[in-house]
Unconditional design. Structure first.
Ligand SMILES: Cc1ncc(COP(=O)(O)O)c(C=O)c1O
Length: 353
């Protein structure tokens, strides 16, 4: 195994990279909840990735994306997401650290209250990012609004380039082959930690949105011959082509590291049963999952991503999809700033059990 670790480490080291995060992130056992659930539950704390207090999964991607931007001599970075996007906020922190100018085109799934700006949008503002909030037009789908954001960003970048700037485009969620190499590295880090701890997990659970995290994890798992099942819980509706697109992303990330295409849609397990009623809309199972983790372990997850993913994990334990006694790792991808977001995102978190 060590030879494979070394080869992958060398391939990753050959890529442009900005040092942003605090790695390795902790991996440890949740003793009290393990006893309560009858499984051995571990958590991988990518919410502690840095580089500010408000880290999360995007930092691993941004190390490679913004490393690429710096290598290309760019001075300005465009990115996209919802108004409360964790990805956009982490991109701003990373840009500030590297002296790049962040410009955000954010689509308003939840309309921000200008008199009471909260959570990630507040952090974006404090860090002085250039913010463009794009409202949906009547009859427009979410995908169409997102496409319009990208087009507005593209036109803006062309104008800035005309003034002598060099612009770098980071897609929504940092979901690109370059970004996903960060999670191939994340899986390498995890496999090394498991070896050091003598831990042989049966399952890894994580949230999936754009798919960039999952694509990298599954690619790393394949490359290093991981034995556990990686199970992703969708946080928004996914069409039937989603797994194939994740596989393509993973293969392109592998190609950047000199590895052949190895993944197909069948390598991806994506459970679509836990995001309802929709993205950034709370549900009771996630609300209960957040309270359970907070009240048994003092561990905070969020209503948009990790709360829904953890609700899926809990349901899989209760229904026996995860057999009793299994070793399960919950990959905490961050997002707890949403606990300070608008009430309509939050749900009923303060109730008694
Ligand atoms: C907290 C959190 N978890 C999970 C995800 C999903 O990651 P990905 O978009 O790489 O699928 C995101 C994406 O924004 C996130 O912010």
């Amino acid at each position: 195994m060590n030879e494979r670790f070394d080869a992958l480490r060398a391939a990753l080291a050959a890529r442009p990279r900005a040092k942003l995060g605090f790695f390795p992130t902790p991996l440890y056992r949740l003793d009290r909840l393990s006893r309560e659930l009858g499984v051995e539950l571990y958590v991988k704390r990518d919410d502690f990735s840095g580089m500010s207090l408000f880290g999360g999964n995007k930092i691993r991607k941004l190390e490679f994306l913004l490393g690429d931007a710096v290598a290309k001599g760019c001075d300005t970075v465009f990115t996209y997401g919802a108004t409360q996007s964790n990805h956009a906020m982490q991109t701003v922190t990373a840009c500030r650290r590297l002296g790049l100018t962040p410009i955000l085109y954010l689509n308003a799934y939840v309309q921000p209250d200008e008199q009471d700006i909260r959570s990630n949008m507040l952090l974006d503002r404090i860090m002085g990012a250039e913010l463009h909030v794009v409202e949906s037009l009547p009859g427009e789908t979410e995908a169409q609004t997102e496409a319009r954001c990208r087009e507005l960003g593209r036109v803006h970048a062309v104008a800035l380039q005309g003034q002598g700037h060099r612009c770098y485009d980071v897609p929504m969620g940092g979901a690109s082959p370059v970004g996903s190499t960060g999670f191939i590295g994340g899986y390498l880090e995890f496999a090394q930690q498991c070896e050091e701890l003598g831990l042989k997990p049966d399952y890894v659970y994580t949230a999936t949105g754009t798919g960039g995290t999952l694509a990298g994890l599954v690619a790393g798992h394949r490359l290093l011959g991981g034995q556990e099942d990686i199970v992703a819980i969708a946080v928004s509706p996914k069409d039937t082509g989603y797994e194939a697109r994740c596989a393509e992303l993973g293969n392109q990330a592998l190609a950047l590291l000199g590895e052949g295409g190895r993944l197909s849609a069948a390598d991806f397990t994506v459970d679509r049963d836990y995001y309802a009623p929709g993205y950034e809309q709370p549900n009771e199972a996630a609300t209960k999952a957040i309270r359970l983790l907070a009240r048994t372990e003092g561990l905070l997850v969020d209503p948009v991503y990790t709360g829904k993913a953890f609700a899926g994990l809990l349901d899989h334990v209760r229904t026996g999809k995860i057999p009793q006694g299994s070793k399960v790792v919950f990959w905490h991808t961050g997002g707890a700033t949403a606990l300070f977001a608008e009430k309509e995102i939050l749900g009923e978190l303060t109730q008694a059990d």
